[in-house]
Design a protein around this ligand. Structure first.
Ligand SMILES: [Zn+2]
Ligand SMILES: [Zn+2]
Length: 139
């Protein structure tokens, strides 16, 4: 029997299940033959690609969300950026460019426009926080 068409997803999935403790597994990206990095299902190149794609998705979602287009949110955003010109994450002194909810809007929509529930963050800290929050949700 021929084993080795590793680009065949069902077969590759089966091989991966057969060896759950193997330290090096093939990247799960279709037709990629590189090895996945430890602790992830993809090779470095595809981990990076996934990260970039997710960030683009995030921006698109935000642009389409009527809440972020509303006059009330925009006014609050301007106010927060004026009050917190520097990123509010401790130890970070980068100018704020993003305004983020402390308690996510999904969890407390009633606090979406509460001044105490929003703070200014730089873009890097905001992205890092969003990524961390999403990875909690996935677990
Ligand atoms: Zn890959
Ligand atoms: Zn920052």
């Amino acid at each position: 029997m021929m084993i080795a068409n590793l680009t065949d997803p069902p077969l590759r999935g089966m091989l991966i299940r057969m060896s759950p403790w193997a330290p090096l597994r093939p990247c799960t990206w279709p037709a990629c033959l590189s090895l996945a990095i430890v602790g992830d299902s993809r090779c470095p190149q595809h981990v990076e690609l996934r990260r970039r794609t997710r960030r683009a998705d995030d921006h698109a979602r935000r642009r389409l969300d009527a809440f972020y287009q509303s006059r009330a949110w925009r006014a609050l955003r301007v106010r927060v950026l004026r009050e917190q010109p520097l990123c509010s994450r401790p130890g970070c002194a980068t100018p704020s460019s993003d305004v983020a909810h402390v308690i996510p809007r999904r969890a407390r929509p009633d606090l979406a426009l509460d001044r105490d529930n929003v703070r200014g963050l730089c873009h890097a800290c905001h992205s890092a926080e969003t990524a961390r929050r999403e990875s909690w949700h996935r677990q």
